[in-house]
Write a protein that binds this ligand. Structure first.
Ligand code: CA
Length: 478
């Protein structure tokens, strides 16, 4: 899709009243018109309660259809509302991606007693004490759904670890013992072995688990019609399983799109993940996010803004983003890009040639309590307009100084007309940039509206473009 843009269609604190799917459905005509081409939905399966954003996942097959965990609906609405939303999105030409949580399960129906060994939370390869019986919530029988869609019931054999022993009343990380049972080797090596993240960690090597997840994927894609998956917690999931699942899905849905969250700033282990999964998933550009966060937070050399990012190393696989539900204030990975820098950050992800950018709901519509922030919809709509009309063709960089960078896009046969983007994180400044010999004699204006001035393009196709302090200007033919 030419100049596609994803909207991450939720923030952590959207109201839990069950109207979110309806809200999104009402917004779709505007989003399509504004240039959004895909929606990333929150996890749509039944989680621990209607207050759960969806990552405390209970039953993959319950999309808001069965009376489980206190309600039929999820935080966001019912299955019917979900399917209606997806149909409406498709009617308007948008793709829909689902956030898929396969690493763990939460809030089992029954407790079980089994053999386990406690491990050091800072190095999970180190055992603390002797194996002993523990009792934990690992039996999933789904009494509200029964055998509908799948008769698979989960027990402790299907998990690798838990974080609470109700016999001793102690919290910790417990590795479940059994034949051929261990943490996966194909996960992040952080903390000795980062297979375990939270809740009951799914054993992705267990044949019954694999079979049910493969069945679920087919059922889910056929039921909802979604066009892609965003894999949650890739760092903690067996890479071989991920590759097998991708190949399984591609066997019946060849164009299905995959991207994922591998939460690590540097390239490091992301590279081994990409090798292991044969470059079949795009990844969120966590490195760029941290660069944007740093640049918004203090002195920063803007010439380094793409250093170490995926956009720099694997532009074809990069999903650049400014913020998300984990980085917003109050969340575990808080690293929220300061509002003064948002326009600069969004111009860096939306107006360049590399990556498949993702806009955060919280930046677009605003954040709810307890850390409210006003949405920046008009500003982002303006940049989307520029992206879809002018961000085409050859890109030339003018990364001139610590606080002053710019670039031009020279247009394409389908999208003629040049664009000059200039960013200053310091004082008002200007920068001479080439916009094309064919632009000679033309007058340019700042289409963001930040500068009221006009700029003339000289005989050789260059202009001296201006920007205000701590701002972005985007110059196009008047
Ligand atoms: Ca895991």
């Amino acid at each position: 899709m030419s100049n596609g843009v994803i909207l991450q269609a939720f923030e952590w604190n959207v109201p839990n009243e069950g109207h979110h799917y309806e809200f999104l459905q009402e917004q779709i005509p505007h989003l399509a018109e504004a240039g959004i081409t895909a929606l990333l939905l929150p996890p749509v399966s039944k989680a621990t309660s209607i207050w759960d954003t969806g990552y405390g996942i209970y039953d993959l097959y319950d999309l808001g259809e069965f009376d489980q965990k206190g309600q039929v609906r999820t935080k966001y609405g019912t299955k019917d509302q979900l399917l209606q939303l997806i149909r409406t999105a498709h009617d308007h030409g948008l793709h829909v991606y689902a956030d898929v949580v396969l690493n763990h399960k939460a809030q089992a129906d029954e407790e079980e007693t089994f053999l386990a060994v406690q491990v050091d939370p800072d190095d999970r390869s180190v055992e603390l004490g002797e194996p002993h019986d523990i009792r934990a919530w690992t039996k999933f029988t789904f009494p509200g759904r029964g055998d509908t869609y799948s008769d698979f019931k989960w027990n402790f054999n299907h998990f690798t670890g838990v974080d609470y022993d109700s016999l001793s009343g102690e919290s910790g990380i417990y590795r479940i013992l059994g034949e051929n049972k261990d943490w996966s080797d194909n996960v992040s090596a952080e903390k000795g072995n980062y297979d375990y993240l939270m809740f009951a960690d799914v054993n992705l090597a267990h044949p019954e688990v694999r079979q049910d997840l493969f069945n679920w994927a087919k059922w889910f894609i056929e039921t909802t019609g979604v066009d892609g998956f965003r894999f949650d917690a890739l760092k903690h999931m067996d890479h071989a399983f991920v590759l097998d699942l991708i190949n399984h899905i591609h066997s019946f849905a060849p164009d299905f799109y995959f991207f994922g969250e591998f939460w690590q700033p540097g390239l490091g282990e992301k590279q081994s993940y990409l090798d292991a999964t044969e470059y079949q998933t795009d990844l969120f550009d966590v490195g760029l996010h941290f660069n944007l966060f740093a640049a918004a937070s203090g002195p920063y050399d803007m010439r380094q803004i793409f250093s170490g990012s995926l956009v720099e190393h694997h532009p074809d696989l990069a999903v650049p983003f400014v913020d998300n539900h984990d980085t917003q204030p109050g969340q575990g990975l808080t690293s929220f890009v300061d509002p003064w820098f948002k326009k600069i950050a969004y111009s860096l992800i939306l107006l360049r040639e590399d990556g498949y950018p993702c806009i955060f709901f919280g930046d677009y519509y605003g954040l709810g309590d307890p850390h409210p922030m006003e949405g920046l919809k008009d500003m982002i709509d303006n940049l989307l307009y520029i992206r879809n009309k002018y961000a085409f063709g050859e890109q030339e960089d003018y990364f001139s100084g610590e606080s002053l960078i710019g670039w031009t896009r020279l247009g394409s046969p389908d999208h003629p007309g040049s664009l000059a983007v200039i960013i200053s994180t310091g004082d008002a400044a200007n920068l001479r940039m080439f916009v094309g010999q064919d632009q000679t004699g033309k007058t340019y204006k700042d289409i963001t509206g930040a500068s009221p001035n006009e700029i003339n393009i000289d005989d050789e196709g260059w202009g001296r473009f201006e920007v205000g302090p701590g701002d972005v200007s985007c110059w196009v033919e008047k």
